[in-house]
Design a protein around this ligand. Structure first.
Ligand SMILES: Cc1cc2nc3c(=O)[nH]c(=O)nc-3n(C[C@H](O)[C@H](O)[C@H](O)COP(=O)(O)OP(=O)(O)OC[C@H]3O[C@@H](n4cnc5c(N)ncnc54)[C@H](O)[C@@H]3O)c2cc1C
Length: 417
């Protein structure tokens, strides 16, 4: 016998409990708007998956001003600069003096822990471990999310609107018909070979290295866990490399002046592809896409997590106006507003990638041109300011000055950590 579908209703059905979906749910709850988050993974898996780690100033401001930033301020570390190595020399770009802003190192899974804890403390509704999630009626006035709950029971969630926050592999965007959707896509000819290692940090700040063997990034996740990447062929088999080969490759790419690279025990490895994607438009009927569901960036600019948060902020302001006043103007303009910042971040990520990576067709001319560009960017105040502005993040649109999030940000302005 087929089990009866359970029925529930909410104002905003959110698909995906990543940074975009959880931040949106958090901001909506502060504004008194109900939401239910539908997620396929377990809470344990979400809270343990190590991914991004660099939070732009705007992301930090949003977290702190809306009450989920205490652990970030206690255990995250503020970075006022980054190191760029090329031609065997180290060059520091001071973010704070060049752009008046900084970034924080605070792992993505810690952001998610904070958001999940805040939602559950406020009696928020997050359905973990669901399956067979599908969207229906997104062009009508009551779209529905079908899913199977954690106990295997089929369920329906009726909503006023749906936020598709289901990440790069999600399917929400396919609810926008092909005839209405343009997929702006670019694949890069390189991937990133990433490792997590138990080792002491090599430097107080991130190291971005350009070398004759290609790009490398030395980053950190906690004082005991370091995240490192080097450019590789996108089809590279990570398991075919011995630990010694990995360390030799990283060492050769960061060789030169500056702090030496500390080695340790590699406990995770993998190759991630490098892609740029923007779904245009980011909305259709009563479906609104946010975060990686709508766009992906190559990781060079550390923008993915931050864009997920800024989309959530823009969407929350529009939803607050919609539910508070009945006006749909901000909702109708959501995709256009969010896309402006998305394209700036796309440009920044593409620029950092093309300046620091060697493509298969990069010859001597291009390598010298890259070195000249790096020289100019690190060697002039204007160059450092350009890089610092993009790296610390462009401003997030304040479309609704009466919204809870705008008010919270205004109150914390001038009290920056
Ligand atoms: C290895 C790695 C390193 C990265 N490093 C950085 C970095 O240094 N800096 C940076 O800014 N970004 C980085 N990123 C990117 C960053 O992690 C993402 O941009 C960010 O997670 C996007 O958040 P999101 O909420 O849009 O999507 P996600 O975090 O992908 O969340 C989507 C959620 O939706 C769920 N889901 C998917 N399909 C369904 C469905 N059908 N139904 C219900 N739920 C569903 C998924 O399980 C997931 O929990 C990195 C990514 C990876 C993979």
């Amino acid at each position: 016998m087929t089990a009866q579908r359970t029925h529930a209703r909410t104002q905003v059905g959110i698909v995906g409990a990543g940074p975009a979906g959880l931040m949106l749910s958090h901001l909506l709850s502060l504004a008194g708007i109900e939401s239910v988050v539908i997620e396929t993974r377990t809470r344990e898996d979400i809270e343990a998956t190590i991914r991004a780690g660099i939070l732009e100033q705007g992301t930090v401001d949003v977290m702190v001003s809306t009450g989920v930033g205490n652990r970030l301020l206690d255990t995250g570390s503020r970075h006022d600069g980054i190191e760029i190595r090329f031609g065997g020399e180290s060059h520091r770009v001071d973010l704070a003096s060049s752009a008046g802003r900084s970034v924080h190192l605070y792992p993505q899974h810690e952001v998610l822990r904070d958001l999940i804890a805040a939602r559950l403390a406020a009696d928020g509704d997050i359905r973990f471990s669901t399956s067979e999630v599908s969207l229906h009626g997104v062009t009508g006035t009551e779209p529905v999310i079908h899913f199977t709950d954690a106990d295997g029971r089929p369920a329906e969630l009726h909503c006023d609107l749906i936020a598709g926050c289901d990440g790069a592999q999600g399917t929400a965007k396919w609810s926008i018909p092909d005839s209405r959707r343009t997929d702006h896509f670019r694949a890069y000819p390189h991937g990133w070979f990433g490792i997590l290692a138990e080792a002491p940090p090599s430097s107080k700040e991130l190291i971005y290295a350009h070398s004759a063997r290609g790009f490398a990034l030395i980053s950190s996740r906690t004082p005991a866990v370091q995240r490192m990447y080097f450019q590789c062929d996108p089809t590279e088999d990570a398991d075919s490399w011995s630990d010694n080969q990995i360390w030799d490759e990283l060492q050769s790419r960061v060789a030169g002046s500056g702090s030496p690279l500390n080695e340790g025990t590699i406990f995770q490895r993998g190759v991630i592809p490098m892609r740029s994607y923007v779904c245009d438009p980011m909305q259709h009927g009563r479906l609104f896409l946010a975060g990686d569901a709508a766009h992906t960036v190559p990781p060079t600019g550390a923008k993915g997590l931050n864009l997920a948060i800024s989309d959530a902020v823009v969407l929350a302001q529009a939803l607050e106006r919609f539910f508070g006043t009945g006006h749909a103007d901000l909702l109708e303009g959501y995709g256009r507003t969010a896309a402006q910042r998305v394209w700036r971040a796309q440009h920044f990520s593409w620029w950092m990638t093309s300046m620091l990576h060697l493509a298969p067709d990069t010859g001597d001319f291009d390598r010298h041109r890259q070195l000249a560009e790096l020289d100019q960017i690190t060697g002039s105040a204007a160059g450092r300011a350009l890089l610092a502005e993009g790296y610390t993040g462009h401003p997030i649109a304040h479309t609704n000055p009466r919204s809870v999030v705008s008010e919270a940000l205004r109150l914390t302005a001038g009290r920056r950590p």
